[in-house]
Design a protein around this ligand. Sequence first.
Ligand code: DGL
Length: 248
Amino acid sequence: MQNGNIGIFDSGIGGVTVLKEIIKLLPNENYIYYSDSINNPYGDKSDQEIKNICDKIVLHLINKNAKVIVIACNTASAKAVSFLRKKYPNMIFIAIEPAYKMVHDYNYSEPTLIMATKGTIESEKFNLLLKKYNNHNTYILACKGLADLIESDNKLEIKKYLNEHLNKYKNKIKNVVLGCTHYPLIENDIKEILGPVKFFNGSPNLAKHLKDILETNNLLNNGEGNIIFLDSSNSKNKEKRFYELLKK
Ligand code: DGL
C-alpha cells in the first residue's frame, strides 16, 4: 500500500551514499531524492541561508507526500534540523551527523581524523558531539572546497586537494570520520594518502534508525518501491551520475 514516500535531500549527489545504505534495509519504499545542486556548496553558507534553503526543500517534499524526511547532508543537519523540527512538528526528520560516537564505541583511544565541511565543524551541534565523545586523540579538518570538487567529479583536483591537506597525517591516523556525505565517494583516494585507515560513516546506523521509526509508526510500504530524482538545477548530468553511483 502506498502511504507516502521517503523524501531525502542533500546539496547535490553526495546524499546518494546515504540513500544506498537506506535502500539495503528498505528496498520496498518509494523515494524522492532532491539534489540541491544549484545551492552547492552548503558548507560555506551562513546558518540563516541554510535554514531558508532547507525550509523550501522540506515544503517541496511535504507537497510531494513525504511521510518522513531524511537530511542526507551533515551541514544541513547541523545547522537546520532543530529549526525544521520546530517549524514542522508533524513531520519526522532523520538527520545524519558525523559518526564520531562510533569511534568512541569501537576504538576509543586511537588517533582519529574528522573530515567535514567548515559549516559542520563550526556548528554548535558538532561541538557538542565532540565534547561528549572526545577521545583526546582527534584531529579536526575543515575541508573547505572538497565537497564541490566531488560534486563536479573533478578527479585530478580531488587528488591534488587531498595531497595538499592530508599528507601531514600520513601513517599517523587509524580512524577517519567521514563527516560529509560526499566523502565516502573518495574513500580510495583518502586511503592512498593516509594508508590503511578505518572509515566511520553515519549512514548504516541512520538507515537502521529510519527502519525502526517506520516500523514503530506503522509507516512501512508494502509495494515495490521506486526512486524519483529531482535536481534544483535540472541537470541531466547529475541525474545520470546519481543513478550510476546508486548502482555501484
Ligand atoms: N554533503 C554535504 C554534507 O554532508 C555537504 C556539502 C556541501 O554542500 O558543502 O555536509
